[in-house]
Design a protein around this ligand. Structure first.
Ligand code: NAP
Length: 262
């Protein structure tokens, strides 16, 4: 309540879910993604349902200078962000050698570079918000259960998510005692447009969770007095991540390689 939350990737899937829950809790929103029509429709829906104000900023986060442009835009509109949800991201299914340079670079640009630059640029605002809204300031970076092991045919994607997990856990430590809640969310397969965008027809053998399940798992972690450095949504996903951590790396990559066959 009385704060502004910025959600990247708010045109689809988890981003829409996060925007709804933040608006339901009384936050005004900044919604960004490339598809302007989707963002505008969401802004209207949030206003009607929760009475919140949304600012829509269409942006391609893979473009050089996109984050600087977004930060400039926020400053010009005098918007101070109290909660940042770095949710925008995509994967590409297939071996690295067969992927186009755009798809390979794009994953690093959106999942890693934009998330890092935006976290860095907005951290001062988030820390200020944590002082004025002791339970209302958060940095949520969306990683994945792919962060816990290499995944052949999703090699670049899994590596970007390992980076997001590592960065976020270090930021969690660096900001301890400030009141800012920092966490990396690690969903497993979730029912969004992710697989269509990745050019993969199915999610593999694991249970596909709903957006609502992942969003409520995220907020359950944020609502805890001591927010954990990462949250894995779903019991079987927690088990898989734990197994990957205690098994020999060679065995792990062999298993994930077999499971990621079409
Ligand atoms: N679904 C899963 O199984 C799953 C599992 C683990 C983690 N995740 C992670 O969850 C996050 C959300 O994905 P999702 O599952 O909700 O997939 P999604 O439905 O495809 O949504 C992805 C969002 O990212 C935005 N985006 C992609 N490329 C962008 C770019 N270049 N510039 C700006 N925005 C961009 C998209 O918006 P536009 O296309 O309009 O730009 C869209 O709003 C991602 O970080 C993903 O890696 C998903």
């Amino acid at each position: 309540m009385g704060t502004t939350a910025l959600v990247t990737g708010a045109s689809s899937g988890l981003g829409v879910g996060y925007a709804h829950e933040l608006a339901r809790r009384g936050a005004d929103l900044v919604l960004t993604a490339r598809r302007l029509d989707r963002l505008e429709a969401l802004a209207v829906e949030l206003a009607e349902k929760y009475g919140t104000v949304s600012t829509v900023i269409p942006l391609d986060l893979a473009e050089p200078g996109a984050v600087a442009e977004l930060v400039r835009d926020l400053a010009e509109r005098d918007i101070r962000v109290g909660t940042l949800v770095n949710n925008a991201g995509f994967g590409h299914y297939g071996s690295v050698v067969d992927a186009s340079a755009d798809r390979v670079h794009g994953q690093v640009a959106v999942n890693v570079a934009a998330l890092t630059d935006l976290s860095h640029a907005l951290l001062p605002d988030l820390l200020t918000a944590a002082l004025t809204h002791p339970h209302g300031a958060a940095l949520v970076n969306v990683a994945s259960t792919a962060a816990f092991q290499p995944v052949p045919r999703l090699a670049v994607y899994a590596a970007t998510k390992a980076y997001v997990l590592s960065l976020t856990e270090a930021l969690w430590y660096e900001t301890r005692g400030t009141g800012l809640k920092v966490t990396a969310v690690c969903p497993g397969p979730t029912d969004t447009e992710f697989y269509a965008v990745a050019h993969r027809s199915q999610a593999g053998p694991r249970r596909v969770m709903s957006v609502d399940e992942v969003v409520s798992g995220t907020f359950a972690a944020l609502d805890r007095q001591a927010t954990p450095p990462h949250v894995i949504t779903g019991t079987s996903n927690r088990l898989v991540a734990w197994l990957a951590g205690v098994s020999p790396r060679r065995a792990v990559v062999t298993v994930t390689g077999r499971l990621s066959r079409r």
